[in-house]
Design a protein around this ligand. Sequence first.
Ligand code: SAH
Length: 235
Amino acid sequence: MINVNADPQEIAKFSELAHRWWDPDGEFRPLHQINPLRLDWIDRLAHLKGKHVLDVGCGGGILADAMARRGAIVLGIDLAAKPLKVAKLHAMEAATASVEYREVAPEHLARELPSHFDVVTCMEMLEHVPDPSSIVQACAQLAKPGGWVFFSTFNRNPKSFLLAIVGAEHVLRLLPKGTHEYARFIKPSELAQWCRDSGLALESTRGMQYNPVTRRYWLSAETSVNYLLACRRPQ
Ligand code: SAH
């Protein structure tokens, strides 16, 4: 492990499932389903075409690949070797030209390429690391002045425990048991504070909703369970 701000058990968990990453009906089905929603939202705000984009905690590359297909020049980074291998293979098979992947911690890359990216995305990742505020700070440092930084994670309250852990993992089996740990969920106020502490200005928030009957996701103003935050580094 090249960085202490990572949980080896979490990295191992994602590595074990890596071969399933691009199965739209497998363990990562929810990521496949929410991808068009978050992609459109990011693209509407940050206009991806021609932009230099960093995807932090990219896993098998579901978002990174899709952003490259919108015309961005994308670097995906993660600390789990197997998902990165799967991401590279997928890019080859799908002939996605403008995407690359590297095994490097965001804190390290921030020293190597400070103020480098037009857009930084870090989705469904903060709730898997020991010190998420350090990731937020690194993402802020990696963005150019005027650049966009996007996060998504799970809120922490009784409703999110019920829906994201009991409902999603135990009742509906949308995710494998043990995917998420409630104590690591992050309130929007906490994430907003880390962003401000890192010099980012908050621009927009959206919530992610799920209807278990229709099995559809959509974005709304309701941030009590899964939510996204858009920030900008001031000019
Ligand atoms: N962002 C992707 C994948 C989310 S799964 C998407 O939304 O589609 C969470 C990912 O975070 C996994 O690939 C895991 O390996 C990665 N991860 C966990 N801790 C990390 C760390 N400290 N640094 C970089 N990546 C990490």
